[in-house]
Design a protein around this ligand. Structure first.
Ligand SMILES: Nc1nc2c(ncn2[C@@H]2O[C@H](COP(=O)(O)OP(=O)(O)OP(=O)(O)O)[C@@H](O)[C@H]2O)c(=O)[nH]1
Ligand SMILES: [Mg+2]
Length: 376
């Protein structure tokens, strides 16, 4: 996909419906427009985009929102030449990053994550914090970005000058979304955002991925004690630093408190997600702004405790190391599977292995030998 020329709101996942993609029908006419052989579409021919990265970095550091959005658009681009720019920009911003508390929020669809972020985020802005809201939504490239709709659900927060909301990057595998969200987080920190909220839908791998990029991880649940608790995956509860029973209001309030107690009992027997911290259940009503202050107090308490013990910094170091590891594996995969030698050899080996004529490891061995030979 060619996407050299894209405005702030460009969604790479929707390239086909993107209005500024020039449709076939005009031919190369000296206006810098040429037909791309691959896509059969027309794209504006641009010499590698000239970006004054020093100026952009300086503007981001001043907290300029347009510059911040521009930086994030660069991160989210899938174009090769943007990758180099992105890395140079991050290099400039790294010294200013890291000064925040990173909070992950997960929960089944409808648990109230977006409503919670609206309430919690607005509260933090009132306290004088600057809040960035990011999303990791592996389904967004399929559904067209459910979290985009959240901008309207977070109406109050979206208008708050102390808040910045960015929908999930789409058009890539979860691994790609993950890299981009981590980089976006660093850029937001450099722009002075001291609380980063990362929303993720409670499906599949995304919880583990978000756990690995935040300091504090919160699981939003609903009432339904007993059976539901038994059925809940222990694994997810062991990722959480806190379980919040949301929608504790109206006729549901009593039941929510009971569920909270039940969670606290169970959590006591589970392995805590963070050494030296007992995962705790609380209640909230995101809709009526109840329980919000207590949750922030808990997170502040968590921060000071883990900073004092060194666990906060240690986790960040481990996370960065794992990030490095993940990227190496990504690169290896891309290099390997996109290599012409592998592309031509793989179908043959696959056939041999599938038909039972060859041991799997021997097939792998031949592929790697051919790969390294071709790389010489
Ligand atoms: N009564 C009550 N309703 C709530 C509360 N929080 C959220 N809701 C409602 O629950 C519904 C779902 O809330 P969302 O915030 O969209 O939930 P979500 O977890 O972000 O959902 P997805 O983005 O679809 O995964 C909405 O109709 C909210 O108004 C609450 O504390 N009390
Ligand atoms: Mg939501």
């Amino acid at each position: 996909m060619k996407d050299e020329k894209k405005p702030e709101w460009y969604d790479p996942g929707k390239a086909d419906s993107f209005s500024s993609t020039v449709k076939p029908g005009v031919s190369g006419n000296g206006h810098g427009i040429e037909q791309t052989a691959k896509a059969g579409r027309f794209v504006k021919k641009t010499a590698a985009r000239k970006i004054d990265l020093d100026a952009l970095a300086a503007e981001i550091k001043e907290g300029n929102r347009t510059a911040l959005a521009k930086g994030i658009t660069l991160i989210e681009s899938n174009a090769d030449h943007d990758f180099q720019h992105t890395q140079a920009l991050l290099q400039l911003l790294l010294p200013r990053s890291g000064n925040s508390v990173r909070i992950g929020i997960t929960g089944v669809p409808g648990a109230g994550k977006s409503t919670f972020i609206e309430s919690f985020g607005s509260y933090l802005c009132e306290l004088g914090h600057k809040v960035a809201v990011l999303a990791v939504d592996p389904t967004s490239s399929l559904t067209g970005g459910s979290i985009l709709g959240d901008k309207t659900r977070m109406e109050k927060l979206a208008r708050n000058p102390r808040a910045f909301i960015r929908p999930s990057p789409s058009g890539g595998k979860l691994g790609g979304v993950h890299r981009k969200t981590r980089e976006t987080m660093l850029v937001c920190e450099a722009a002075g955002f001291d609380v980063i909220l990362v929303e993720t839908v409670g499906v599949g791998q995304s919880e583990v991925i978000v756990r690995d990029m935040v300091d504090f991880f919160m699981l939003l649940v609903l009432t339904g004690a007993g059976d539901e608790l038994q059925g809940m995956k222990k694994g997810i509860m062991e990722l959480a630093d806190s379980v919040i029973v949301n929608k504790a209001d109206g006729p549901n309030e009593q039941a929510a408190r009971k569920t909270k107690e039940e969670y606290n009992r169970i959590l006591h027997f589970l392995q805590p997600a963070t050494r030296g911290w007992q995962t705790t259940a609380l209640t909230s009503s995101a809709l009526h702004d109840k329980g919000i202050r207590e949750i922030w107090e808990m997170i502040s308490n968590f921060s000071s405790l883990t900073k004092e013990s060194g666990i906060f910094e240690e986790r960040r170091r481990v996370q960065t190391k794992e990030w490095l590891n993940d990227l190496i594996i990504d690169q290896l995969q891309i290099n390997f599977f996109h290599h012409p030698t592998i592309k031509s050899l793989l179908p043959k080996i696959e056939n041999e292995v599938i038909s039972g004529n060859r041991p799997v490891a021997s097939g792998v061995d031949e592929l790697f030998k051919a790969f390294f030979e071709a790389k010489k």
